[in-house]
Design a protein around this ligand. Sequence first.
Ligand SMILES: [Zn+2]
Length: 218
Amino acid sequence: MLLNYKIIYSARKTIALEINQEGLTIRAPQRTPKEVIHNLIKEKESWIDKKLKNWESKKLQNNNLYQNTTNQIWLKGSQFNLRTDSNVNDYLIQDNNKTILFNNNFFEFDRLYEKELSTYIRPKIILFSQKLQVEVNTIRIKKLKSRWGSCSSKKNLNFNLSLIKTPTFIIDYVIAHEVSHLKEMNHSPAFWEVVESIYPKYKEAKIWLKKNGRYWIN
Ligand SMILES: [Zn+2]
C-alpha cells in the first residue's frame, strides 16, 4: 500500500490521480471520505506503481546527466558549482561560495541563463539608450549560433543566451555595441565613436572576444 501521496480537495465532481516527479497527487471533491480514496488507490495500485517507477528512472537518468556533464556552469565569467536542494524555491545563486542551489531534477538551465541575462541587460540598455537618446523597441534573448547580439532596423535588439556566461565587461560591451547601432547602423568610424562615448573600454572587449569568443558562444 502506497503511503506517500497528497490529496487536494476542491469543488470538482470526480476523483483524479496525477503522477509526476513529486509523486502521487489525488484531486478529489470536497468531503470525499478517506475510505473511497484508499479503495481507489488500492484498485489502481499496479498502474500507480508503474507510473511512479517510470518517474524514478527518469529522475535517476537526469541525476546522472547532471553529475556527468553539468556539475559546474559559467555565469558572468565565474564558475559556479551546482547542487540540488529541495528547500530552494526554483534556484538560488550564492555568490560568496560560487554555488547555485536548484530545486527539481528537471531544472532547465537555459531558463536560468535567460532570467539572469535579462535581469542584467535591461537596466544597462535603458542607461545606454538614454545616454544616446535612442529608442529601443523589443529586447529578445535567443540561442544564436554565430553572433553575440544584433540590432534590426525596427529597433529590436537580440542577445545571445550564452552572453550571460562571459565576464560582465563583455556583456556590457555587447549591449553598448547593439545600442550604438540604433544611432549608426554600420561599423563606420562614426559608429565606433558612438560606442566609445558610452563604453570607453570597448577595445579591450573586442580583443577578448576575438581571442575567446568562439569557445564561449555555445
Ligand atoms: Zn555591429
